[in-house]
Write a protein that binds this ligand. Structure first.
Ligand SMILES: Cc1ncc(C[n+]2csc(CCOP(=O)(O)OP(=O)(O)O)c2C)c(N)n1
Length: 481
């Protein structure tokens, strides 16, 4: 009898909300706040269904009768509730101070890293600025078309790479080539991609630094922002359903600017509702090209959005490579154990220009950039951490930088001498089987243009850079095939 009354009441609540006015009126006169746990408990059905409240979601939500107190614009992390002095929004996890000493209360045991791994992290972090400076200059000299650097974000990129397994699936934005380097992607492959050489894994069809490598579980980067976010959610769901991949996660990198795209919201919700093991790793570096974070959103960074999707969330000091590594390790463990996505917001600063198409002095002062290079510098902090333990010294620093420089310059020299892919390959690879008619037409048009203009100096100089110097296109004149 009780059970049928209860389920009838639950149905009424769901469809007609009959009991709500009673509950509200009885509370309004007596108190400003009343837990509605009692109502939910009373309405739990006999066979153990979820208790039905008058609203979906949170059955223990309290009633408020103060209209003003009922509006809210921020989430209060549980670590801060009860701490009336706490200010400054969502807290940030860090292990090292600004110069690389462990914070009070943090022990080596908590950091839990071997000398070998810590040194590998720092060596890879040091490689990034070497590549950046050499390729940035190469672009300025007209040798490559485009370049984006990782200056200032070495800790976020390498710290996160170190927290993952090399078989975890990566969906990157474009500033995370350090993840590939951590996974031993060769410098020859790196340079072949940037120079669009014949042996580039992407067939020379991508803009520089838009890497992809199946072997390294690194999905090819796309220029349109945020497209990787719903793709990562889908891949996370696929991973969840694939036998033998129980210990892997998907990690999806993006900038705080990309988080303004609709795809961000679609991807977050998809991963959350499908309970997929995805780590969403947002690099909040303060700028989306020329738009400072303060003009991009009004909420507390991107971390504040996690709870909106019911997502476990952590904000981490992105310039503390060890804290990032620990946060990613913990996020991965939770994503697998609890079968749910995790959002990590890494707070960092983009020290370099957005890309070679940008001059950041147009929208921020050089002085501000210089002070960021000093403050919380990820490389200095990691170096001091190692030096304090006797794991690093000045001689190793100089030697490593010289080795890196040599490796980068030599690989660049080799890539620059390589031929570009033969022109006809431009039309291949998107479709399996027969080429669609529109692409056959375009291929024939290019073949005819080459016949007409190929001998002109500008054209012939470019054609000579390709394997077969464009001769492979002759067979496609007049849309013959
Ligand atoms: C859909 C789309 N809109 C705009 C752009 C142009 N664009 C390229 S990068 C970028 C800024 C992205 O900023 P953020 O995501 O914060 O990454 P960051 O470059 O700071 O690492 C913009 C607007 C684009 N590539 N795709």
């Amino acid at each position: 009898m009780m059970a049928s009354t209860t389920s009838r009441a639950a149905r009424q609540l769901r469809f007609g909300r009959q009991l709500c006015p009673t509950a509200r009126s009885s509370t309004a006169s007596s108190s400003t706040m009343l837990s509605r746990t009692f109502a939910s408990t009373a309405l739990a059905s006999k066979d153990g269904d979820e208790p039905q409240g008058h609203l979906p979601g949170h059955p223990s939500s309290v009633f408020l009768t103060s209209l003003n107190d009922s509006f809210f614009d921020r989430v209060k992390p549980k670590q801060l509730s009860g701490n009336s002095n706490a200010q400054g929004g969502i807290p940030t996890f860090r292990l090292m101070d600004g110069v690389g000493r462990l914070l009070p209360g943090v022990t080596d045991q908590m950091v839990d890293i071997t000398e070998q791994e810590a040194v590998k992290m720092y060596r890879t972090m040091l490689l990034l600025p070497q590549i950046d400076v050499i390729l940035y200059n190469a672009q300025r000299q007209g040798r490559i078309s485009f370049m984006m650097t990782s200056y200032g974000e070495e800790g976020a990129v390498i710290g996160s790479a170190a927290g993952l397994d090399t078989k975890d699936e990566v969906f990157a934005q474009y500033r995370e080539s350090g993840v590939l380097l951590w996974r031993e992607f060769s410098m020859d492959h790196y340079m072949s991609q940037v120079f669009g050489a014949e042996d580039d894994l992407c067939g020379g069809r991508q803009m520089p630094i838009h890497f992809g490598s199946t072997q390294h579980h690194f999905h090819t980067i796309s220029s349109p922002l945020a497209t990787q976010i719903p793709q990562a959610a889908g891949a996370g769901y696929a991973l969840k359903r694939t036998k033998g991949r129980e210990n892997n996660v998907v990690v999806c990198y993006f900038g705080e600017g990309a988080a303004s795209e609709g795809d961000f919201h679609a991807g977050m919700n998809l991963a959350s509702t499908t309970k997929s093991p995805v780590i969403f790793f947002v690099r909040n570096n303060g700028y989306a090209i020329s738009t400072p974070a303060a003009e991009q959103f009004r909420g507390d960074g991107i971390a504040s959005r996690g709870p909106g999707y019911g997502m476990l969330t952590i904000r981490v000091d992105g310039n503390d490579a060890l804290a990032v590594r620990s946060a990613v390790q913990a996020a991965k463990a939770k994503a697998i154990a609890e079968q749910r996505p995790v959002l990590i917001e890494a707070m960092t600063y983009r020290v370099g220009h957005h890309s070679t198409s940008d001059d950041s002095s147009a929208y921020r002062s050089k002085q501000a950039v210089e002070s960021w290079k000093q403050m919380d510098n990820p490389l200095h902090r990691m170096r001091n951490f190692l030096t304090d333990r006797g794991w690093w010294n000045d001689a190793l620093e100089e030697q490593t930088k010289a080795e890196h420089r040599k490796t980068v310059i030599e690989a660049m020299g080799r890539a620059e001498k390589k031929k570009r892919p033969q022109l006809s390959s431009l039309f291949e690879g998107t479709y399996r089987g027969e080429l669609p008619g529109n692409l056959r037409e375009q291929r024939a048009e290019l073949a005819e243009l080459l016949q007409k203009y190929g001998a002109l100096p500008g054209w012939s100089k470019e054609l000579a850079k390709h394997a077969n110097a464009g001769k492979d296109m002759e067979q496609y004149r007049e849309n013959k095939l």
